[in-house]
Design a protein around this ligand. Structure first.
Ligand code: NAD
Length: 355
């Protein structure tokens, strides 16, 4: 292997990993020199969020229990006002990308430190990327103030994640690492993390499908999600993420299933332009072809494989191809509108990727 010049953006989060590690929340709060946390979560995580508040006792300033998808701007304004009125000096996000996203949006202006307790494999807790939706448009950006200071990865919190969501959330994480391997900012460290992350997830997801309460499989998956999220936080993403942002943002398709369906096709599109990345992805999924390997991983574990299964209409494919080709992200293979349209057709129908 030859090592050429690179820049590695190490992100500074402290990670506390392990089954039951949520018992350390108070210790971690105090380590940040904080005293009163506002605990943020969505309605579906009510029991867990309340338990965290109870556990913190007088270190809990209060709870905000309405975190929701897409981080609406009105909700951010409301939650920020709650944090101020309660005198919170720290935010604790309990949940998936939606709870972490709300904490990030509050931190963006308030500068409050975030402790994250992730309950999905989305990986937002490892990135300085934020997004807020206003008047139907999602504004995204990158700011180090929103990067959580501490992440407590407790696999016990993921045991309740339904199997279907575990699979698509896990493949959503794999997508970060796969694109990280051919990112123009890829470097030896992020590539190590990416390959290890893909490998941990592709081995653990089938185990979770056969036994959702297998804590060892849940630990491996969360470890993989951490690594994949760290890759997302360090290097730029390409065609696959652009396609998923287009499909989610303009056609309201669900986040993780969309990533799951599109990934094999985006990899097939880039295969010839990024042969080394493909080799590493293939090795990590234990197949001789990266795109086909991921397609089979999805199918074998009951994930959706066709955009038509998750609400896309065939009449929307032309517009999706146009949007995806506008303001395109950097990609190893130039974007060719007709080839992207063909890719979307195959993803729509659930055909195997064109390898
Ligand atoms: P989410 O937080 O909305 O969770 C998805 C669903 O799973 C919700 O219904 C939630 O209630 C449920 N859930 C979560 N944990 C559970 C558990 N342990 N048990 C049972 N149910 C559980 O979504 P997500 O998939 O975690 O994240 C997707 C969102 O995060 C998107 O909006 C995406 O844009 C954002 N995201 C942002 C970044 C970033 O770097 N900023 C990275 C990845 C994802």
């Amino acid at each position: 292997m030859s090592t050429s010049d690179f820049i590695f953006n190490g992100r500074a989060a402290r990670v506390v990993f392990g089954a039951g590690s949520r018992v350390h929340i108070e210790r971690e709060l105090l380590a940040l020199r904080a005293q009163k946390a506002l605990i943020l979560f969505g309605q579906e995580q009510l029991a867990l969020g309340t338990a965290v508040a109870d556990q913190l006792g007088s270190h809990a300033a209060g709870v905000f229990d309405r975190a929701t998808m897409h981080v609406p701007a009105e909700l951010v304004t409301e939650a920020r006002a709650v944090a101020t009125s309660l005198g919170a000096d720290c935010l604790i996000a309990v949940g998936g990308g939606s709870a972490v996203g709300l904490a990030k949006a509050i931190a963006l202006e308030s500068g409050l430190p975030i402790i994250a307790l992730p309950t999905t494999y989305a990986g937002s807790e490892m990135t300085p990327i934020f997004g807020v939706t206003e008047a139907g448009l999602k504004r995204t950006g990158t700011d180090l103030r929103v990067l959580p200071k501490t992440v407590i990865y407790d696999p016990e919190l993921t045991v309740t994640l339904p199997v279907a969501l575990s699979v698509t959330s896990g493949i959503n994480a794999i997508a970060h690492a796969a694109e990280g391997l051919y990112s123009r900012d890829a470097n030896p460290l992020t590539s190590l993390m990416a390959e290890e992350g893909i490998s941990a997830l592709s081995r653990s997801l089938p185990r979770i499908v056969s036994r959702p309460d297998d804590l060892s499989a849940r630990s491996d998956a969360l470890y993989g999600a951490w690594l994949c999220g760290a890759v997302l936080g360090s290097v730029g993403m390409a065609l696959h993420h652009k396609l998923c942002h287009t499909l989610g943002g303009s056609f309201n398709l669900p986040h993780a299933p969309t990533h799951t369906i599109v990934l094999p096709h985006a990899l097939a599109y880039n295969a010839e332009a990024a042969p080394d990345a493909m080799k590493r992805i293939a090795r990590a999924v234990g197949h001789d072809n990266a795109a086909q390997g991921l397609y089979e991983l999805s199918r074998a574990n009951g994930a959706p494989i066709a955009l038509k299964e998750i609400g896309m209409l065939e009449s929307q494919l032309d517009r999706a191809a146009d949007i995806a080709c506008n303001n395109a992200y950097w990609n190893p293979r130039p974007l060719e509108r007709e080839a992207i349209r063909t890719l979307l057709q195959r993803a729509f129908e659930g055909s195997a990727p064109q390898t």
